[in-house]
Design a protein around this ligand. Structure first.
Ligand code: NAD
Length: 576
């Protein structure tokens, strides 16, 4: 076939085992005579910035990519993940990861497992927006949108309909993360109404993960956010046999990228990722499954040839020709021959040749792997969205989070010095402290509105020596803060590491940074100017690191947007 009639596809071998499995898969696809024109590009550890740029441009042009795994250094420094860059840069918001049991060829306790994880692919913690606030405090932001939630959840239901599945389950953490995860659940419940024939359920992620690990056959489609989906799909793939078996599709309205679920498998790469040398240990099945999804995405009419490839693959497995990961060190009773990547590919190609020359072959155990419905993603059905208009919602400013640097005793000393109270906190003896403590307790109620030179050092001393009474100390600073707070604001929480510190017990090791949350009172609400509050804080000696204005979008019952408040949208609130 001339190149004019071939479909251009960007191919990226990647790192580690990537080049070996990519060669294997392209050999099989070429044997099947699929009219694909490969555009070979580079991504990964060894790719130069210019090569990476060229790859992303080629993807922009051709819109389809088959990608091997790429290594992302785990460190406080290093480049961003290429995967995340591709997914976000090209709007590939759906990540589909299906795992089907290959029992009895790969023995499984769950022979009926056929679960697809529909993972949101662009938002959440994978935005990788991170900051270092202080020497001790780092922060990652989980950025999510209702429109993003809406479209991934709709995609999950559409997938279920297309594949004839009857159950869609939402995994969420709405009990803890009321806004981000609670909203995900609320959107799920709203979208589910449009699919009355599908049984929709929801589970808290930890419970759901445990249930999937012990009863994956009870799930058809699970939709969840980015990080949860990443973890969950590794579990479901491993349950089905091996991480080396699973393919994955990253789909957007315009482009799609296909890859194996697994990574670069450094333990199978003797020379390391930068110098892999001859490689022959990896199972190419995961990338092959991804390539078949890709073929159907390009052209659903390729289903017969895709199923020939699938038959050749399953036939090889049924014949007991297995790579080491599924031979399981001699523990898989169906293995007849343990082979490397090359011999496994030879065996597939041999069977494919026979099938293409007219020989028929009926699969004994794995016929359920044949694709009956092309899971192709036509942009019309998958990316259909109802408009979402945030501007139509009332918006009301309710408060402010102020992050203050707090290094324990030294911060306290600084605050006091800035207030003009010259005390050397380290100079107090225990005996003196105990006496002063007693004196302070005696006059405690009266000390709220007056400058308190005595109790603070006592508390500081005890904190420093015993680290037991930080609550008292923070409560005391709270009073200092109260003195500095202009009318119209009230501090409602003081927290660090997400803890609500007042009025409950807190971590005695607290240090480094505090978030003081100010609620806006009626008098402040008339004119929510933050300047006076911030200058009052600065004047009191608190080093302000940052601030975030809090507002509610729905005045219909969501209440104060707070990590401990009822921030889950109420049933009377509609997003769409
Ligand atoms: P991994 O998936 O590479 O390996 C986990 C385990 O699965 C290893 O024991 C490995 O030997 C086995 N395994 C994986 N693929 C296999 C295959 N085809 N055949 C046989 N066994 C296979 O996960 P990891 O070790 O956590 O990650 C290594 C690197 O890969 C990291 O740099 C990570 O960032 C990267 N990674 C990339 C992608 C991607 O590009 N899509 C996905 C996951 C991880």
């Amino acid at each position: 076939m001339s190149s004019l009639n071939r479909i251009p596809v960007v191919s990226v071998p990647g790192d580690g085992i990537g080049p070996a499995i990519m060669t294997a898969v392209q050999r099989v696809l070429s044997q099947a005579q699929l009219p694909i024109e490969w555009h070979h590009h580079a991504l990964g550890l060894q790719a130069s910035p210019a090569e990476i740029e060229a790859t992303l441009t080629a993807f922009q042009t051709h819109r389809v990519m088959l990608k091997g795994p790429t290594e992302t250094p785990v460190a406080t420094k290093g480049q961003k993940s290429f995967n995340v860059t591709c997914r976000k840069g090209h709007g590939l918001y759906i990540n589909l990861r299906r795992s089907v049991s290959l029992h009895p060829i790969i023995p499984s306790s769950f022979p009926d497992q056929d679960v697809t994880v529909v993972r949101e692919n662009e938002e959440g913690l994978y935005a990788a927006v991170e900051h270092r606030h202080t020497p001790d405090g780092v922060q990652a932001m989980s950025l999510k949108t209702i429109s993003g939630m809406y479209r991934i959840i709709r995609a999950a239901f559409e997938y279920a309909v297309m594949m004839g599945k009857s159950r869609v389950c939402c995994f969420h953490k709405g009990n803890i993360l009321k806004m981000t995860e609670g909203t995900f659940l609320a959107v799920f419940q709203q979208v589910a109404v449009d699919y009355p024939s599908i049984q929709s359920t929801a589970q808290i992620i930890d419970d759901g993960m445990a249930k999937v690990a012990t009863a994956p056959h009870l799930y058809d489609v699970v939709v969840t956010e980015n990080l949860f989906g990443d973890i969950l799909s590794d579990i479901t793939t491993q349950l089905a046999g091996s991480l080396g078996m699973g393919g994955s599709a990253n789909i957007g309205a315009r482009s799609a990228m296909f890859e194996a679920i697994h990574g670069t498998a450094p333990d199978l790469v003797p020379g390391g990722a930068l110098n892999p040398g001859p490689l022959d240990m990896a199972n190419p099945s995961g990338l092959l499954q991804a390539a078949l999804l890709m073929a159907l995405h390009i052209e659903p009419a390729w289903l017969p040839i895709v199923n020939l490839i699938q038959t050749a693959w399953a036939w090889t497995l049924e014949d007991g020709i297995h790579t080491a990961d599924i031979a399981r060190g001699g523990k898989n009773p169906t293995t007849t021959r343990v082979v490397g990547t090359l011999a496994f590919t030879d065996a597939m190609v041999d069977r494919l040749e026979r099938l293409m020359s007219g020989e028929s072959h009926a699969l004994t155990h794995l016929s359920h792997l044949l694709l009956t419905v092309p899971p192709a993603i036509s942009s019309d059905t998958w990316h259909r969205q109802r408009p979402y208009c945030p501007v139509s919602l009332p918006r009301r400013v309710v408060g402010l989070d102020v992050t203050i640097e707090w290094t324990g005793i030294s911060s306290l000393q600084l605050v006091l010095e800035r207030r003009g109270w010259s005390v050397d906190l380290s100079a107090f003896s225990l005996a003196q402290s105990v006496m002063e403590m007693a004196a302070w307790w005696h006059q405690k109620d009266a000390s709220v509105t007056t400058a308190p030179p005595l109790p603070v050092p006592v508390l500081a001393f005890l904190y420093d020596q015993h680290r037991t009474c930080l609550l008292e100390m923070v409560a005391h600073v709270w009073h200092l803060l109260g003195l500095a707070t202009p009318p119209g604001y009230v501090p409602v929480t003081l927290s660090s590491r997400g803890q609500l510190l007042v009025p409950t017990v807190l971590d005695p090791d607290l240090s480094d940074q505090l978030v003081v949350r100010f609620h806006l009172l009626d008098e402040g609400a008339a004119s929510p100017e933050w300047g006076p509050l911030l200058s009052a804080l600065a004047h009191a000696g608190f080093p302000v690191l940052g601030m975030q204005v809090l507002h509610v979008l729905d005045t219909v019952g969501a209440g104060f947007t707070d990590s401990y408040g009822d921030a889950t949208p109420s049933s009377s609130h509609r997003f769409f």
